[in-house]
Design a protein around this ligand. Structure first.
Ligand SMILES: Nc1nc2c(c(=O)[nH]1)N[C@H]1C(S)=C(S)[C@@H](COP(=O)(O)O)O[C@H]1N2
Ligand SMILES: [Mo]
Length: 411
C-alpha cells in the first residue's frame, strides 16, 4: 500500500515578476499575504443535542400534533361540513365536541412546550457543515425548514386565538386549517426520512444506546423529567377550562367555567355584538316556512317547554355544562309546516359578526335536545347569553350556538 501523497505545500503569492518596461522600471510590489481563518461551524459540547434526545422529545411532540390534527379536523368539519355531510353529523354523545376541542387545545398547548424543547435539542444542526452535501440533503433541509416554520406559526396562531387576539392581516380559521395540512405533511415526510434514526433510538434497549456514553443517561432523564414537569404544569393550569374536576387549578386559561353571568363564561358580550336592552324590547321571533308565523316573547313562552342539560364548548377550548330551558326547535319547525328532513337557517339580531347566521342539518333540527333556549340554569337568559332566545344543540361547536335569535327559516 502506498501512503497517501502529502498535501501540496500551500501556495504563497510569489513576488510579482519584474516588469521589463521600456524606460521606467518599478520596484517590485509585495502584497501583504492575507490569510483568512478557515470557516469553522460552532461546536456544541452539550450531550443532549443528539439523535436520542431528538427522538425522545420528538415522539411526544408527534403524539401531541397527531391529537391536535385529528381533533382539529373534527372541529373543522363540524363547523364547516361539506354539503353531502351536513346531515350526517352526530348529535351524540352530547359532550363529544366538548371532549374533542378540550383535547385539541390541551394538546396544542403541550405541543408548544415540546416544540421549544425539540428545537433546542436539534438547533446545532442549523450549523451543519458543509450546509449542503447533496441534492437529497438539500431537499431534506428544506423540508425541515418548512416543518419548523409551519409548526411554529401554527402553535403561535392557535395560542393567540384562544386569547382572541388577532394581530395579523390574514383570516385565522383558513390559515390555521391550511397550515395544519402543511405541518402534518412535512411531519410525515420528516418521520419517513428519519425512520432509521428513530428506530435506532426509540427504546432503551434499541441498539442506539450502545453508542452513547453511559454517563449520558442521567442527563437525558433529567431533561425528560423537566419536559414532563413543564407539560404537566401547562396542562394542569389550563385544562380546568374544559375539564371541570380540575377547574380550581385553571389559573392560566383565558376563560374559567363558572365565571360569568349565570355561572357561564361569555365569549362575545351583548355590548360587543351591539345588542342593547332597548333593541330587544320589540323583539319578535319570525319563522319562515310553508306556514310562516311570528311570535312575541309572551307567545313563545306560552308554548310547551323542554329542558336539556348541554355544554357550551367554545372552539377556543373552554367549555361548561348548563341547564337550558326552552322550546324544541322541531316543534317550532313543525308549526311552520316543515316536512321531515328539513334543515334550518338561524339568524341573530346582531347586526354583523361572523356568527350572525348559522345553518343546521336536519338531524340537529329534529333532535329533542335542540332548543330555542329562553332559560339558563333556572333563570331567564342573561342578555350576554343571548336573551331573549338562543340556540342550544348537542355536540356542536360553541360558535354555532347562536345568540339573540330572531329569525328561523325552514330550508
Ligand atoms: N349571535 C352570536 N351568537 C354567538 C356568538 C356571537 O358572536 N354572535 N358567539 C358564539 C360563541 S363563539 C360561543 S363560544 C357561544 C358562547 O355562548 P355564551 O356567551 O352564552 O357562553 O356563543 C356563540 N353564539
Ligand atoms: Mo366560541
Amino acid at each position: 500500500m502506498t501512503p497517501p501523497a502529502p498535501p501540496p505545500p500551500a501556495q504563497r503569492p510569489s513576488a510579482a515578476p519584474r516588469k521589463r518596461g521600456r524606460g521606467l522600471s518599478l520596484p517590485p510590489v509585495r502584497l501583504p499575504s492575507v490569510r483568512l481563518p478557515p470557516v469553522r461551524p460552532p461546536s456544541f459540547s452539550g450531550r443532549l443535542h443528539d439523535a436520542r434526545t431528538a427522538t425522545s422529545v420528538g415522539r411526544w411532540l408527534g403524539a401531541a400534533f397527531l391529537v391536535c390534527f385529528a381533533t382539529g379536523l373534527i372541529s373543522h368539519y363540524l363547523q364547516h361540513p361539506p354539503g353531502w355531510a351536513a346531515d350526517l353529523l352526530p348529535g351524540r354523545p352530547v359532550w363529544g365536541y366538548r371532549l374533542s376541542q378540550g383535547l385539541h387545545v390541551a394538546s396544542g398547548l403541550a405541543a408548544i412546550v415540546l416544540l421549544l424543547v425539540k428545537l433546542w435539542a436539534v438547533y446545532p444542526r442549523l450549523f451543519a457543515w458543509p450546509p449542503v452535501r447533496s441534492v437529497p440533503h438539500a431537499v431534506e433541509r428544506l423540508s425541515v425548514a418548512v416543518l419548523v416554520a409551519s409548526a411554529v406559526l401554527q402553535v403561535f396562531t392557535g395560542l393567540l386565538n384562544i386569547a382572541e387576539w388577532y394581530p395579523w392581516p390574514f383570516g385565522f380559521i383558513q390559515t390555521h386549517f391550511a397550515l395544519a395540512w402543511v405541518v402534518t405533511g412535512s411531519l410525515l415526510l420528516h418521520v419517513a426520512v428519519k425512520a432509521p434514526a428513530i428506530r435506532a433510538h426509540w427504546s432503551r434497549s434499541s441498539p442506539g444506546t450502545l453508542e452513547l456514553p453511559a454517563r449520558d443517561g442521567p442527563d437525558r432523564r433529567s431533561l425528560m423529567l423537566g419536559v414532563g414537569a413543564a407539560v404537566g404544569a401547562v396542562t394542569l393550569t389550563t385544562v380546568g377550562q374544559a375539564f371541570t374536576p380540575l377547574a380550581r387549578l385553571d389559573l392560566l386559561a383565558p376563560r374559567h367555567p363558572g365565571y360569568g353571568p349565570q355561572q357561564l363564561p361569555v365569549n362575545r358580550t351583548a355590548e360587543a355584538a351591539g345588542v342593547t336592552q332597548r333593541a330587544v324590547q320589540d323583539w319578535r321571533l319570525e319563522v319562515r316556512g310553508p306556514l310562516p308565523y311570528t311570535l312575541t316573547l309572551e307567545q313563545l313562552r306560552s308554548l310547551p317547554r323542554s329542558q336539556a342539560r348541554l355544554p357550551i364548548a367554545c372552539v377556543e377550548g373552554w367549555s361548561a355544562d348548563a341547564r337550558w330551558g326552552g322550546v324544541r326547535i322541531r316543534d317550532l319547525l313543525a308549526r311552520a309546516g316543515a316536512g321531515p328532513g328539513a334543515g334550518l337557517r338561524v339568524t341573530s339580531m346582531e347586526a354583523g359578526g361572523a356568527y350572525r347566521v348559522m345553518e343546521m342539518g336536519r338531524d340537529y333540527a329534529e333532535d329533542p335536545l335542540t332548543l330555542l333556549a329562553l332559560e339558563l340554569n333556572g333563570q331567564v337568559l342573561d342578555l350576554d347569553h343571548g336573551y331573549p332566545a338562543r340556540i342550544i344543540a348537542p355536540n356542536r361547536p360553541g360558535v354555532l350556538q347562536t345568540k339573540w335569535v330572531t329569525l328561523l327559516e325552514v330550508l
